[in-house]
Design a binder for this molecule. Sequence first.
Ligand code: SF4
Ligand code: SF4
Ligand code: FES
Length: 292
Amino acid sequence: MSASTTPTQSTPDSSPTGAGDVASTVPAQAASAAPATSYEAKFRVWRGDAEGGDLKDFAVEVNEGEVVLDIIHRLQATQASDLAVRWNCKAGKCGSCSAEINGRPRLLCMTRMSTFTREETITVTPLRAFPVVRDLVTNVNFNYQKAREVPAFVPPPGVAAGEYRMQQVDVERSQEFRKCIECFLCQDTCHVVRDHEENKTSFAGPRFLMRVAELDMHPLDAAEETGLDRQTTAQDEHGLGYCNITKCCTEVCPEGIKITDNALIPLKERVADKKYDPLVWLGNKIRRRTTG
Ligand code: SF4
Ligand code: SF4
Ligand code: FES
């Protein structure tokens, strides 16, 4: 995920909402009459750093078709020029603008203002599961650390790069997982680490358990031939057993990936098969003997 923490970054004119460059449009709007559809929204934004902070109240202009990120940019441009927020694409694709809106993990750039009533106060806070750097920017290094702990794809022996062949039916499920934009909203919402900092060392989180599942389902992954048992490591090293399939991760995924149903539950089933099914156990034992 590429990201910028520059708090005064201007808004590119690539908005799906057509909102344009906030820094240049706000003074112009102030000079002319505001569009009839404009109104002032009540925003409560967390300001602070690793030492501590507080929620601050703002009233900010909202125009038709805008998203929460537009309003945060207008806040930067007009009232809080040092407000830190991370964003890049403003199109729901870079995964940078993750934060919590009214306590729910969401992308700022994909949350339309029209989903709120004009009367309600919209509270924007940083991701709760990760340490705050400043304002809405958190340190998501936990996720990069967990990514490094998942062993990479093991190429099949004797097949040259460029000669890999797979049936579409064999890759359909893992293709869904490749839609991940690494926004880490699922990591933030998962109660295993959200309320239990102490679990972070032994739990990879839904995004990276899904990565283990993807590799385990990969038709060409040759990990097992090198002695790497992805199912056992999912349980013993990446903390699959902590997951009690609440599906909260699936609910917040902006890509609509069915993390629990299509990755975590099948991975749990594979682990259970390996551990408790006597036929699978016997088959694996024989296979190990003949290949060993
Ligand atoms: S389903 Fe599992 S990984 Fe997803 S939020 Fe619930 S406990 Fe966490
Ligand atoms: S699985 Fe979904 S919620 Fe989790 S990091 Fe990827 S895109 Fe974000
Ligand atoms: S700015 Fe890229 S996902 Fe929101």
